[in-house]
Design a protein around this ligand. Structure first.
Ligand SMILES: [Zn+2]
Length: 284
């Protein structure tokens, strides 16, 4: 009898969760600007920002930052330029209030990542491959595009759906940033945001496309994004997460090259004649 009751309660909870998840799906479908891709978002921008902050702090605890020198200065300059042209798209997605910061980590890994709270992190090891300011702009654009496209929130939402045998999915509606830390520990979201779990092929291609648009709007020659992927392919065979995530460097390069005329149209007229001067970084 007791067991029967327990089973009954259990199945109504399961039914309730199923209904909640279904309603969330109906309510929470959004469209990525420019690519028009439909995405499922169970998170609010504020929650994504709170989780991003937590993830950033966790990662930086174990890394040494570089806060001077040519590479550092280049990151600050390029970051400000890209974010300023991205502002309307960021605002439209609920991320217009971010305090952006651009960090350089003393680590030979060729890697970079962003969190939805506006911290962009480049590892020193990626700078020689980027080679110049426009190369930095290609990756900076890509990282800022991950925030515009809310790929972080989308990944959390996917993780929540996967773990939604519990009422976690329902809690996802909460806007309370204090809940962030609890979730982060429970779901291992730091790893999700940062390096351990590469973005999907769809997310990477979308960030390439949106990011190259941003670099062109900021006055950088978008062709340098194509060159960056050529150099990445040539640079090393055993690549870390950022580089080895699907799609491959070659297919990313080819996709960008095919869209170059579209990207060039976005450049300010003055910059079409003479793009932002190429200045060496990473020891070049
Ligand atoms: Zn990416």
């Amino acid at each position: 009898m007791v067991a029967d009751q327990a089973r009954g309660v259990c199945s109504s909870v399961r039914m309730a969760v199923a209904v909640i998840v279904l309603s969330l799906c109906l309510m929470a479908c959004q469209t990525v600007p420019e690519t028009e891709r439909e995405q499922l978002l169970l998170t609010s921008p504020d929650l994504e920002k709170a989780l991003g902050d937590q993830a950033f702090s966790q990662v930086m605890r174990s890394h040494q930052e570089i806060v001077e020198g040519q590479d550092y200065e280049t990151l600050q300059r390029v970051g400000r330029r890209i974010v300023s042209v991205a502002q309307p798209e960021l605002a439209a997605r609920g991320f217009g209030d971010l305090e952006w910061s651009f960090h350089l980590i003393d680590d030979d890994t060729a890697n970079a990542f962003v969190v939805p709270s506006g911290q962009v992190v480049f590892f020193q090891g990626i700078m020689p491959i980027l080679e110049n300011e426009a190369g930095v702009a290609a990756v900076m654009g890509h990282e800022v595009a991950h925030v515009i496209a809310r790929h972080g929130g989308e990944r959390i939402s996917q993780r929540l759906l996967v773990s939604s045998g519990t009422l976690l999915a329902a809690s996802a509606l909460s806007d309370d940033p204090d809940e962030g830390e609890r979730w982060l520990g429970a779901l291992g979201l730091a790893a999700l945001f940062a390096m351990e779990m590469p973005y999907s092929r769809t997310h990477e291609s979308e960030a390439d496309y949106l990011g190259t648009r941003l670099m062109a709007k900021a006055g950088y020659d978008p062709e340098e994004a194509v060159r960056v992927w050529e150099r990445m392919e040539a640079a090393t065979l055993s690549l870390p997460a950022f580089l080895s995530s699907h799609p491959t460097s070659r297919s990313r390069r080819d996709a960008l090259e095919a869209d170059l005329p579209v990207f060039r149209e976005l450049m300010p007229d003055a910059d079409k004649q003479s793009p932002v001067p190429v200045k060496g970084v990473g020891g070049h």
